[in-house]
Design a protein. Sequence first.
Lengths: 573, 552
Amino acid sequence: MAGASVPLGLLLLGGGRAESPRDALREELLLSPLPSGDLAATFQFRTRWDSELQREGVSHYGLFPKALGQLISKYSVRELHLSLTQGFWRTRSWGQPYLQAPAGAELWVWFQNSVTDVDKAWKDLSNILSGIFCASLNFIDSTNTVTPTASFKPLGLANVTNHHLLIYAVLPREVVCTENLTPWKKLLPCGSKAGLAVLLKAERLFYSSYHSQAVHIRPICRDASCLSISWELRQTLTVVLDIFSIGQGKKDWSLFKMFSRTLTEACPLASESKVYVDISSKDQENELLEVIPPPLSTHEAAVQGERKTYAVYDLLNPALFNVSRSLNVQLKWKRPQDGSHLSMPVLHAQRYVSGYGLQTGEISTLIYNSHLYRAFPILLLETVPWYLRLYVHTLTIITKGKENKPSYIHFQPAQDRRRPHLLEMLIQLPANSVTKITIQFERALLKWTEYTPDPNHGFYVSPSVLSALVPSVLAMKAVDAEQSPLFTSLFPSSDGTSYFVRLYTEPLLVNLPTPDFSMPYNVICLTCTVVAVCYGSFYNLLTRTFHVEEPSRGHLAKRLANIIRKLRGVPLL
Amino acid sequence: MATDETERARGKRAALSFAAVTVLVGLPLWWKTTETYRASLPYSQIAELDTLQFQLMVPISVVFAKGTLPGELQQKLPFRETWEKQTHLQAKTSVTARYETAYRSATSREEQTLAMASVQEADAALLSAQGSALGSLAVYVIPESSPLLPQGMGMYIGKHRSAVVRGPRSPKEVLAAVKARVQQVAEVMSFTAESIAGALPDHIPTDQPGAEWRRPFKSSLGYEITFSLLNPDPKAHDVHWDIEGAVSHYVQPMLDTLGPVANFSVDSQILYYAALGVTPRFDSPTSSFILSAHSLPHVINPVEARLGSSAASLYPVLNFLLYVPERSHSPLYIQDKDGAAVPTNAFHSPRWGGIMVYNVDSVAANKTLLPVRVDVDMVRVMEVFLTQLRLLFGISPVLLPGDTERENPGDAGLADWELDRLLWARTIENVATVSSTLTSLAQLLDKISNIVIKDDVASEVYLAVASAQTAMRELASGHLGLAFHASKEAATSSERAFFDPSLLHLLYFPDDQKFAIYIPLFLPMAVPILLSLAKILHEARQQHKKEPIKTD
């Protein structure tokens, strides 16, 4: 009963606020215990700005950060998605992520139709973003930038189909740390002073198995009639905390234990401020866990093909702070979890590099479809740097021992030092199957200045991207994505029978033939020595004076020779 | 013996030819292949620029209305007069101001205009009649008895580029009196020695410590103006400001007038939870909070971290902050050094911007539920910010002679001659900046011989020098607009040359590494050549010693 009333309330709230404020901020925190015993905390801050960014000459910013607003209007950006991630989301043991990001930095941008020189705009944009977020995005250049044709669709309002306006780049080497978090927090209207953001303490967030922070900017409909657009900035942050190590072997957790802070108030600027706790249990008859304080309401939703129950704490509801001044959500397991029911996610993938020696190798990708009776297609995007020369004729896709022919292939070969390989394929995955994709490559020799400072560490190959509409076991209601809480994610689901998933595989680390870097000097020395020796004898030959020596007795050598000759009985000299 | 001798001569010739080939072919080849490319630069012209000898010419036309000149002088009109005033600012730097005055009698239209009822109308009509070039001045001399100026007022300075001067009582020394007046007018409406010295801060040693505080923003091609509303307590105050309206009403007209000086872009933002860096002191008698003058420098730094740099351009940012103090710290007043409250409750920081504290009426706040809606009175705020904006640009209020009145510039916020004053100062500042940029570039290139000077860098330097020379020339011939334009171009090119990334591709070859690479080749090659040369020399000397004995 309570579950049904919450969405209604949400809708009413949304309807009432539609015309009055120009800007709106909504903050959400989702805490979900993972099957492995870890805990995922996802923060999402949505700032909405009712303004036609590109049209106005003088710009006035309220909740929307000025730095990003200026960027969008100057470079005519339609959509911008930037994520900075440390660690890797383990889909097999953690389940399907709400919003996964590849390890390192990922940036993809859709430009407006009016942009003529996309490459120039992209270069400037990535440099400025690198300054704003203190990240090494300035290392994005043509050698790691691609233009995918099918994998990345605009997530917001868009009628563009010209994929040349899309640019995508991944920097798998990027290390994410506190200096990237601080500017990200600065973009929040309340900073880290009030609301859910007080939990964002760097020393706790980076003491985690997975940390991903992202910024998504997209245009959305201002209202139902969609006559004018608004801009939406979503700042999301996902951390996976290892509860075992924090809680000394216990799986019970509380906000204070995880973040060493509790919540006392909502951000005063927010129109919505909620904490969701995933309390859905696999077997309905006996409840496994207990949340304290008891939630005032719960919310049920079908998320990524599963029915989930969430305990909802609305920080704007004064009743929440009646009992105590601060909210410290706690979760206790009633009996030890057996951990046996690790359910396999419907779609997951795995990638590795194989082969021996430093000349050739093979990239293998395994894609699992564990749906029992439904086949579905996936889009696979591979970006491989130019110094791994792919042999396309060796591309094999094998499912259940048979060759699987992709229905769409887009391959753009690399150009040395100019652009990477781009391979996009649409592959049909039969039900309950494993598909193995292999492709062989040859390692190129780099120029000696092109090696990184630690060349023996290896070179990263960015993760491949899998995009799929996964058929759902449950029938899902089509919901208004704008008003629904964060677990409906950014991606619009087309209908009730399937949901969109984007997965990233592991980044690869490949060793390239690495020279001895003192070699140039050795070569110089050797060459010089050879030249000097040749030159010296030549010089001697040409400048020395030769004259015939008169034979004379008394030389030691001659006397020795004569002694030997005497012994042998040969005439003396 | 003869074959021996020929053999020895052959060896000697071979050694000599080796040495010759090494010197004639090897050395130039080595030099050519290892040299860094350095395009030639106009060093002498840069050094010439660095002396900064400005000649400024102000064209002034003095118009005599009927009845101001005695008959014989009236006959002489029109005639010209030039006088100069030289100011030495430093050993090298000097400014020569040349006032080229053209005296003429008023035309019939001007007579009509000057006979108008109010001087304001006359001022407007004179502009439309005459039209004026940047930097030029017009002085109208009216009879002593004219009702155009009110009683007791000797001089009136208009909105545009003209002044009306009352003629002296006795017509005898009329020219001398008029000349003195014209000098006053020129000092007010174009430049003084001080305003020029203010534009050359790097070239003039400033003695007084207060001078630092009056320094205007450095000349730049553009400026970003950012208005920020700081609301450190959004739980108590729901602050709204109509910044869009205020910008279009008050700021934009002034920026339009300043358009020839630079490009401007305006934006605004609201920052929450942005607190000042200092805790204000509670003053119990007035039950208010006080920020004293000496703590003001600490206010800016913590706030600045939140302001955010401008992502989209490289122009300097002018920040104007409106600070609504927290409920627990209001009302908040700024106290000056003497302990008196500053009436505007605002202060400015040179070359950075201004901060104004806006107190919320706390009595009204107590009654209602939090948060209190606050609507900012933009007229009050913009008055302060515009004054600060003028200060930051160095449009300082001018000292007027006693019996003088100046016209209120009205909507534009800036009189034409104030723009001229700014342009004079900015042109000189630009040229000075160009000369110091180029001089330091030349010194740098001179000191580090490994820097590559590409052709495009060199062409930028040539362009900068040429533009700076044009600017100087135009200043000397009184074309302020052209001079400013040229100085701006010179500044752009010199900056572009100085910050060209190709200069940073400095070929880093330390000497020890150079020797390490060269020695394996050069030592084995050079030693035999040098040894045989020494031997030949030695033999030749001995031959030389022997020969004189023989001839004896």
